[in-house]
Design a protein around this ligand. Sequence first.
Ligand SMILES: C[S@@+](CC[C@H](N)C(=O)[O-])C[C@H]1O[C@@H](n2cnc3c(N)ncnc32)[C@H](O)[C@@H]1O
Length: 212
Amino acid sequence: MTKDQAADDRTSDDYWNHNTHYHGVVLRNVPRGCGAALDVGCGDGLLVRRLAPRAVHVTGLDRSAEMIAKARALSEGVGNADFVEAGLLEYDLPVEHYDFVCSVAAIHHMDFTKAMTAMRDAVRPGGGLVVMSLATNAGRRDLAISAAGLPAHYYHHLRNRRRATHPGPGAPIVVPEMTWGEVREESLRLLPGATFRRHALWRYSVVWHKPR
Ligand SMILES: C[S@@+](CC[C@H](N)C(=O)[O-])C[C@H]1O[C@@H](n2cnc3c(N)ncnc32)[C@H](O)[C@@H]1O
């Protein structure tokens, strides 16, 4: 992306979709006095830019060269952010280094157990981890809960209609394979004491604080 294209795209941060709708869940869990933060599967870097005022330094990691180029161009004025083009499972993440690690709508692109383990191990004792993503329905109960998301979608879409027309980051997308129940079970196995929540707009969150 050229500088001119990036400049045209600066309003990119003013957009709404089912992922950005839940950025508040991530931002609320950034620990006070956060030093190093990491966003895995950062896409165009919007969440990195929202994290930047809350941390000493934020790194965005994404395996897509196009997304990293876009994130760098859009984050030019952000002095405490950097971006790494790499796949999470191929990248040598420092162990117990980050005060805060997060990931939105990306873990379902990866081997869940390996990715969650890598992110967990990168958090320092006393730090936090928030993973949000999508899952798939298995059975009538899941379908009923998903169907109940429709009115919520129309309500929020209407409220955010101007910001919802933005095309968004144009990041690669993948259909999730794991069910809500499988994600919950595996998350709680890997992260004892974590809180799993299924949200109305077809997303879940896993929030975990690493014991000191
Ligand atoms: C649906 S997008 C979400 C982007 C951003 N987090 C958001 O909420 O808009 C998923 C992102 O994860 C990235 N991704 C997929 N697999 C990855 C991996 N193994 N390591 C790092 N990034 C990955 C993709 O390149 C893509 O940018």
